[in-house]
Design a protein around this ligand. Structure first.
Ligand code: SF4
Ligand code: SF4
Length: 224
């Protein structure tokens, strides 16, 4: 379906999962076809700001055990059917789609020392939850060209805030992190979210609400 960017953005907002950016796939992007047709456009959906969490929280009022992945899958699959697009997710597979690479094509995000992508405005408080692949070549807004905030962050407080030094450049000690979370001393992380992530000064006004940080931490502990 040929749809303009403003209309697509408004439709995704109504669904509760905002549009994060898009690009026209090249052969080396690893984007699958849109049904039987070559991919003309890939757009990413996710969270930056509170709207997705609010929509998910509303859905959980009637289903308290509803998982975020299940909610995302239901909402985005319905959007894909309506818009004649193909839905892809970062939490299913194989195949495992290169969402981090796609995000860097669609959005001005950069690798951070914590391994997650940093956005110059949203900091570490954003995420990519799904993609829609269209056969059509949609008209896209220009991608912002913003440098990585990490390049000018001399002190790198994110690397010094973890009580068990789980992060070092290029590595993350999952076992040390989980061990700390399971101990009484890990309560500040469990209830308020990762201290390393919270130490980053970029995008502080976009920090997830405490309930959302606790939710993600619980999901991480269950998956680890
Ligand atoms: S604290 Fe500095 S180095 Fe760490 S993620 Fe934030 S901007 Fe990047
Ligand atoms: S959740 Fe806590 S223990 Fe785990 S990496 Fe973050 S700061 Fe360290």
């Amino acid at each position: 379906m040929l749809i303009g960017w403003p209309a697509l953005s408004a439709r995704c907002d109504r669904a509760g999962i905002p549009l994060r950016g898009g690009f026209h796939p090249r052969d080396d992007d690893g984007v699958p076809p849109a049904g039987d047709l070559p991919a003309g456009t890939l757009v990413l959906l996710g969270n930056a700001g509170p709207s997705m969490w609010r929509a998910f929280s509303r859905a959980r009022e009637d289903a308290p055990e509803l998982a975020l992945d299940d909610w995302t899958s239901t909402v985005v699959s319905a959007l894909a059917a309506e818009l004649d697009a193909t839905a892809l997710f970062p939490f299913t597979g194989p195949p495992y789609w290169p969402f981090q690479r796609w995000a860097q094509r669609a959005d001005p995000v950069h690798p951070s020392p914590l391994g997650i992508l940093i956005h110059p405005r949203f900091g570490l408080w954003h995420g990519y939850r799904a993609a829609l692949v269209f056969a059509e070549r949609l008209s896209l807004p220009p991608r912002e060209d913003l440098p990585s905030p990490c390049a000018s962050c001399a002190d790198r407080p994110c690397l010094h805030a973890c009580p068990v030094s789980a992060f070092s450049p290029g590595s993350y000690d999952v076992a040390a992190c989980v061990g700390h979370l399971d101990a009484q001393a890990g309560a500040p992380c469990v209830t308020g979210g990762c201290l390393s992530r919270r130490a980053c000064p970029v995008g502080g006004e976009h920090i997830y609400p405490e309930e959302q940080r606790r939710f993600h931490m619980r999901a991480f502990r269950l998956a680890a």
